[in-house]
Design a protein around this ligand. Structure first.
Ligand SMILES: Nc1nc2c(ncn2[C@@H]2O[C@H](COP(=O)(O)OP(=O)(O)OP(=O)(O)O)[C@@H](O)[C@H]2O)c(=O)[nH]1
Ligand SMILES: [Mg+2]
Length: 408
């Protein structure tokens, strides 16, 4: 079910870092990849998956998923993945292509900031000799552009905010023009507190306060991980460690998007069996491989999978969904004995709901009618009745009982 509530992850970063390569490997689509700066001209939007162990094995049933997939006991739950045009310094002032698409980035729930850990792009994002570029500097510059853009949005809405401040509290007044950016009131509240501006009149903030607030708001509203990409190139390991040391407060995931793409392609053409949640692949048809393919697979095995255990693509998506956004997986059913819907589909749906979400929130996500007449939910494991304000746990299997409409 891809809709309003679907979790959306955005790929940002300097041009040429491998965003589209990552996106292609995760969505199996064909965005244009090249080693020229600014290859991606408009955002690519596609479906990727977050993967978690399914409850089917624990409950000992064979499931028939509808809104998701179940492969080898793992549930693949769809999320939206957005690939953005590359950014460079000055983007917030309109340099490059990125500026006009920062609004698309801002509609994500979380961001994956891709850097070239091998240091093989120069300051302007042109391909250079590995080791000559600096991914830490790249990361910090792009982050600076993002904050500058937030400052600009708030500045552009200054009159509206000041007007709204007359009848409302600061959180409501500041949040209103930011609604389209998936920024919640609680984000604004947290950012005001983090920047020591809670209770300070917005009207009289000096520019330094505005920047501090924008920085906090960027941090709390769009949780972000750093993807240290191109780990298959020389020098990348050193930079990966440098990035981790420079940003101990952020999760850094080492990756090779190119290796993931090669493996997914080889899998699609039936050459290998590869499961992205797995850490290895095996060759299905040795004879069909060309020498070049054989060499490439060996290189991937040696350089990427053995050293880092994984290519990092699926892992990064899971970290974004389950660690940054703290999502839980919940399985709504209609019949708690059979664990099925009305049409006998066993464990048909898996939904992602943020930590703290209640039975009421789940009912709303399924159908507004269901939420309106909501009475209670029943837990399939304990058969207990749970009230509307029960806080959902990860892997809960629940049946919603509503006076208005029974769950289909
Ligand atoms: N060695 C190596 N090269 C990579 C990897 N990921 C991407 N590349 C290469 O880096 C170059 C840029 O890749 P893209 O995916 O087009 O980069 P992008 O970030 O989308 O670039 P823009 O659209 O211009 O912002 C291409 O030549 C890719 O083949 C990787 O993991 N390892
Ligand atoms: Mg691109």
């Amino acid at each position: 079910m891809i809709g309003e509530m679907t979790v959306r992850i955005g790929l940002i970063g300097k041009t040429n870092t491998g965003k589209t390569t990552f996106w292609n490997s995760a969505t199996l689509q064909q965005g244009e990849i090249s080693n020229y700066p600014f290859t991606t001209k408009t955002p690519n939007i596609g479906t990727a998956f977050s993967v978690a162990p399914c409850v089917c094995r624990e409950m000992n049933v064979k499931d028939n998923p509808i809104n998701s997939k179940c492969i080898d006991g793992f549930r693949y739950i769809p999320i939206e993945l957005v690939d953005l045009p590359g950014l460079i310094v000055g983007a917030s002032e309109g340099k490059g292509l990125g500026n006009q698409f920062l609004s698309v980035a801002s509609q994500s729930d979380a961001l994956i900031h891709v850097v070239d850990a091998s240091g093989s792009i120069d300051e302007d994002g042109r391909i250079a000799d590995p080791g000559t570029g600096d991914p830490i500097k790249d990361f910090e510059e792009i982050e600076g552009e993002l904050v500058a853009w937030y400052v600009k949005i708030i500045e552009n809405n200054r009159d509206k905010i000041v007007k709204a401040l007359k009848g409302n509290n600061a959180v409501d007044a500041i949040s209103a023009p930011l609604k389209g950016m998936r920024i919640k009131e609680s984000d604004v509240q947290r950012a005001l507190e983090a920047s020591n501006l809670d209770g300070q009149s917005f009207d009289s903030w000096p520019s330094s306060d505005l920047w501090r607030f924008a920085g906090s708001l960027r941090e709390v509203s769009k949780p972000t991980l750093i993807l240290a990409n191109k780990m298959d190139l020389p020098g990348a390991t050193k930079n990966y460690k440098r990035i981790r040391d420079a940003h101990p407060d952020l999760i850094v995931v080492p990756a090779s998007a190119e290796a993931e793409l090669a493996l997914r392609k080889a899998e699609q053409s039936g050459l290998i069996a590869y499961n992205p949640t797995d850490e290895t692949f095996h060759i299905l048809n040795e004879k069909a491989l060309s020498q070049a393919q054989r060499d490439a697979l060996q290189l991937i095995q040696r350089m990427v999978l053995r050293e880092f255990m994984r290519t990092g693509v699926q892992f990064a998506l899971n970290v974004a969904v389950f660690k940054l956004l703290r999502m839980n997986v919940v399985y709504p059913v209609s019949d708690i004995e059979k664990l099925s819907d009305k049409h006998n589909h066993i464990l048909p749906d898996a939904f992602l709901l943020p930590t703290g979400a209640t039975v009421k929130d789940l009912a709303e996500q399924i159908h507004t009618d269901l939420a309106k007449g909501l009475l209670y939910a029943t837990d399939a494991r304990t058969k207990l009745r749970l009230p509307a304000n029960y806080v959902i746990k990860d892997r809960d299997i629940l049946s919603i009982v509503s006076a208005r409409r029974k769950q289909s």
